[in-house]
Design a binder for this molecule. Sequence first.
Ligand SMILES: Nc1nc2c(ncn2[C@H]2C[C@H](O)[C@@H](COP(=O)(O)OP(=O)(O)OP(=O)(O)O)O2)c(=O)[nH]1
Length: 198
Amino acid sequence: MPEAPRLILASLSASRKAMLAGAAVPFEATPSQVDEAALKVGFSGPPAALASTLALAKAQAVSSQQPDALVIGGDQLLVCGGKIYDKPRDLPEAATHLRTLSGQTHELVTAVCLVQGGAPVWTHVESAHLSMRRFSEDFLQAYLAAEAGEILHCVGAYRLEGPGAQLFTRVEGDYFTVLGLPLLALLGALRERGVLAA
Ligand SMILES: Nc1nc2c(ncn2[C@H]2C[C@H](O)[C@@H](COP(=O)(O)OP(=O)(O)OP(=O)(O)O)O2)c(=O)[nH]1
């Protein structure tokens, strides 16, 4: 049995690192330095295609430096009312995002891919749909104060595994997909490539 390749996560995402570590996946993490904003400008395809494109770009950027490794790329977009939302830049923008999402159901489109030798060997996209309740302004201010250090790293300005759970009345889809990685599909792909035991 040939030795399994080194596994690298091309991401800064604390959530993605935590999910892989929690699943006992042996990996290293390297940021991709990809300019996501530049890739998003003028993109006209569906959100799933954009998320896949971004995930692939991140993985290929790291793979070009580490061609023998198996590189994981991920990306997540939030879509609501036909508009794609980026991670909030600051707390006022997080508040604006949450007020807009309140009382609506939004979609998290989460892409993951594997790249080796600069070429994609596996890609996967999953969505989850989250119904956010209408909350009071008092609740929102207390939530922002409590989560200020965390939510600017999250595309929806919430951590579902944390106080963000109080925002929702319903979540449809895979929990890990919400947190930023279709983990169960990725684990299957890693088993197929001998990185994890079957
Ligand atoms: N802990 C947590 N993180 C979440 C949740 N929902 C979304 N996220 C995070 C996962 C990702 O880190 C981030 C989505 O943004 P991106 O896909 O652009 O990844 P990010 O910029 O964080 O890292 P990367 O581009 O991969 O270096 O939002 C959640 O419910 N809990």
